[in-house]
Ligand binder design. Structure first.
Ligand code: NAI
Length: 469
């Protein structure tokens, strides 16, 4: 069956870029991306897209209004589509059973109910959201319980492996595309139909087909293994700081990736831990829980280091936070370490000057006034100021805490920044991207992750009761 019309439910970081690339590569297919949020759809139809991704603007401009449409009219889009992607959000549950760990599938369920209610013809429904194993079964249950005569469904699992910040490149040149489906003639036909879309630009050998459950589990497993590698290197970074080894060198020597922030959402490993517990596999759950704990330890260790270096008190101090996104080249702040750093510093009484090239001011306030972060929004309003460039953000501050590895932070004029700061001036490089030697030469006190830095002897103006590591 050749797919002529695609509908995508969810115009977020996954749905928007994925469908834009499909529209670009499949000019004969009409792709409609729908969302419940009118505001988000209006942004997709404007000059300022709701998400920042390098290369995305060009792809959208090339297809929008031709074979790519953003709409809130989900009824028409579902009715007309041969194939429907479910790309809705699957956050961690914030209440009830599995609170703080299990994936909240209410949006996936909502999407399935919409499809069941509206459809009048056969549909291939593709689960693109990251979901627990056997979620496809729940979707099928909803669809078949509301079945109408002459309408049949095939559910496929097609997890997304793109990383924010490089989404367009990842979508254009994926290492692999994974498609899981039912092991039946109809299942295979549906898999083939989805394969034929990707085959417009991806070699067949890079398209892996499996059964549904293997595909669902592979996404969680891939995230968990990536997180495990990051946690391993994070654990070694603590050893490096105590011994004089350099974590970047160790990582290179053992062929590991030293990224501290990555595209691996903690929510997906939490979900894996929860699934293992539900399956009565406590040892497996404990194994993956330790990966999460190590990630938390790394964040706590970093903020503890900042406070300790600033004479164990940041109360009343001005601290510049450079970067708020969870990684460079995105405006997404979900699970960003900057939120944890900001919370701790605010709890300790600091005043924060925040600058991020792509995160909107309203988003920063939304994140910091979330009930889990700060009980008093007034306190955040009073203690946080947002700036539109790094020089203004750092002027008059006691310390800089670098939270996101934006390229522009590497090439700032640190002599100029140093001269505008309170002395002694501190820099905490949470992403290990700056030239520490030259910062030390300028006169900064510098600390980073996974490496002990010694100030040049001549510059040590602080007496022995202050420990400079
Ligand atoms: P997002 O939050 O950016 O977008 C989801 C969108 O779905 C929202 O705009 C929401 O309004 C919309 N929505 C919810 N219910 C709807 C419905 N019934 N009909 C239409 N729209 C609806 O989320 P994002 O980041 O795009 O993630 C989507 C899924 O993809 C999640 O399961 C996530 O875990 C997964 N994923 C995300 C990656 C990422 O880097 N962001 C990478 C790989 C997978």
């Amino acid at each position: 069956m050749a797919i002529q019309k695609i509908c995508c439910l969810g115009a977020g970081y996954v749905g928007g870029p994925t469908c834009s690339v499909i529209a670009l590569k499949c000019p004969e297919i009409r792709v409609t991306v729908v969302d419940m949020s009118k505001e988000r759809i209006a942004q997709w139809n404007s000059d300022k897209l709701p998400i920042y991704e390098p290369g995305l603007d060009d792809v959208v401009k090339a297809c929008r209004g031709k074979n790519l449409f953003f709409s809130t009219d989900y009824t028409t889009a579902i009715l007309e589509a041969d194939l429907i992607f479910i790309s809705v959000n699957t956050p961690t549950k914030t209440f009830g059973n599995g609170k703080g760990r299990a994936a909240d599938l209410k949006y996936v369920e909502g999407a399935a109910r919409m499809i069941a209610e509206i459809s009048k013809s056969n549909k291939i429904v593709v689960e693109k959201s990251t979901v627990p194993v056997r979620a496809a079964e729940s979707i099928l249950n909803i669809l078949s319980a509301n079945n109408k005569p002459g309408v049949s469904y095939q559910i496929l699992s097609n997890p997304e492996f793109l990383a924010e910040g490089t989404a367009i490149q990842d979508l254009l040149h994926p290492d692999r595309v994974l498609i899981g489906g039912e092991e039946s003639a109809e299942g295979h036909a549906a898999i083939e139909a989805l394969c034929s879309i990707y085959e417009h630009w991806i070699p067949r050998k890079n398209i892996l087909t499996t059964n549904t459950w293997s595909s669902e589990l592979s996404k969680l497993a891939a995230n968990a293994m990536l997180a495990q590698r990051i946690s391993s290197i994070n654990s070694l970074s603590a050893v490096c700081e105590s011994t004089g080894a350099d974590v970047s060198e160790v990582a290179r020597a053992i062929g590991l990736d030293s990224r501290i922030g990555s595209n691996c959402f903690q929510k997906d490993i939490l979900n894996l831990v929860y699934i293992c517990e539900c399956l009565n596999l406590p040892e497996v759950a404990a194994y993956w829980q330790q990966v999460i704990d190590m990630n938390e330890y790394q964040k706590t260790r970093f903020t503890a280091k900042v406070i300790q270096a600033l004479f164990n008190t940041v109360s009343g101090k001005q601290i510049a936070l450079l970067g708020f996104a969870f990684k460079k080249n995105t405006g997404d702040t979900r699970e960003s370490p900057a939120i944890h750093v900001a919370k701790t510093l605010l709890d300790e009484g600091a005043t924060l000057h925040i600058y991020d090239p792509k995160v909107e001011e309203s988003q920063i306030f939304e994140d910091l006034t979330h009930p889990s972060i700060c009980e008093s929004p007034e306190y955040v309003n009073k203690s946080v100021k947002i700036y539109h460039d790094a020089y203004a953000a750092t002027a008059g501050t006691h310390a800089i805490v670098l939270c996101t590895e934006w390229d522009e932070f590497v090439t700032l004029d640190y002599n100029k920044i140093y001269s505008g700061m309170m002395k002694p001036a501190y820099i905490f490089d949470g992403r290990k991207i700056l030239n520490h030697t030259s910062l030390l030469e300028i006169g900064f006190h510098v600390q980073t992750i996974g490496k002990r830095l010694n100030r040049p002897i001549a510059n040590r103006c602080w007496s022995s009761n202050v420990k400079l590591v």
